[in-house]
Design a protein around this ligand. Sequence first.
Ligand code: ACO
Length: 319
Amino acid sequence: MYSRIVSTGSFIPSKFLTNEDLEKMVDTSDAWIYPRTGIKSRPIMDEGTTVPDMAFYAAQKAIENLKQKDSNFDVQDIGLIICATTTSNYLFPSCACQVQGKLGIDDCISFDVAAACSGFVYALSVADKFIKTGTVKKALVIGADALSKTVDPTDRSTIILFGDAAGCFIIEASEQPGIISTHLHANNNHGDALTLRNKQFFENNYLEMEGNKVFRVAVAELSNIVTETLEANNMQESDVDWLVPHQANIRIIEATAKKLNLPMERVILTIEKHGNTSAASIPTAFDFAVQNNKFKPGEIILLEAFGGGMTWGSALVKY
Ligand code: ACO
């Protein structure tokens, strides 16, 4: 038994903060930001919107897309909702429970996963296991975050990076893969290099980051996880058709593509327009590729992410 991605959807706020806007807010420039990060703009969630709202809009889109292929699909058949987020409006009810309510689902397993920017790969891995064990048949896996709301507006080293968005996969039980394998890791040795304190317990609750350290750990561990994922499946670099990376920094992405011997045309990139949308970056980039008919049935796609914790992970998918 495997799980298989049957639909995707995403929500990107309509308001964007550009590098030119940032030049007016902090001591920075497009000439500094773009070559170092690959980012030109980032979507910013409206004041009246919440992370569960964005998660719901992305889920609705994925459901609409699925209904076009399968008119019998009924939301009550969803047995599991996992939302990867670290920026939901409430600690409880979870973002997943709020999405369940907004979708009008009477009863299904619903919970959040917190693994910062690796959250979506973590959530996908957990949902895959629920399906593989036969516990549920259909699941919504959502990545939704609004890290732009957590940065110090005077800190030029973090405000340039983060945007807000939500993306959703619908996965279901299948005889064929699907999700071939997932690989998750965490190591707290460098946990202090990327932190976001809980508002209830700290006065300073801005996101704090030692960018250099995060960069070094990310490049090293993403290289290791490429090797681990390929070896676990007896595959070569040339077997991978597409890379859908967490969109944190174009230079980190280029390093992973190089490790895979993959030309950049085979890497799904949304970073220039969207920046780093944390747990939303992989599902929104994947959905962007699907909507633009990039993937062909049977192609092999590698998803990879790293984030606060430090956490990192990958998922190998047959489309
Ligand atoms: N504009 C102009 N100058 C800046 C800016 C800016 N926006 N930001 C920093 N600088 C300055 C610094 O003050 C420093 O100046 P100094 O030498 O006079 O002290 C200089 O530029 C170099 O700073 P570094 O931090 O060493 O810059 P670096 O080359 O490492 O680039 C960056 C910074 C882009 C943040 C990079 O380290 C990076 O992308 N790291 C990865 C971060 C990341 O991906 N985080 C998300 C993780 S995912 C998650 O879980 C949330």
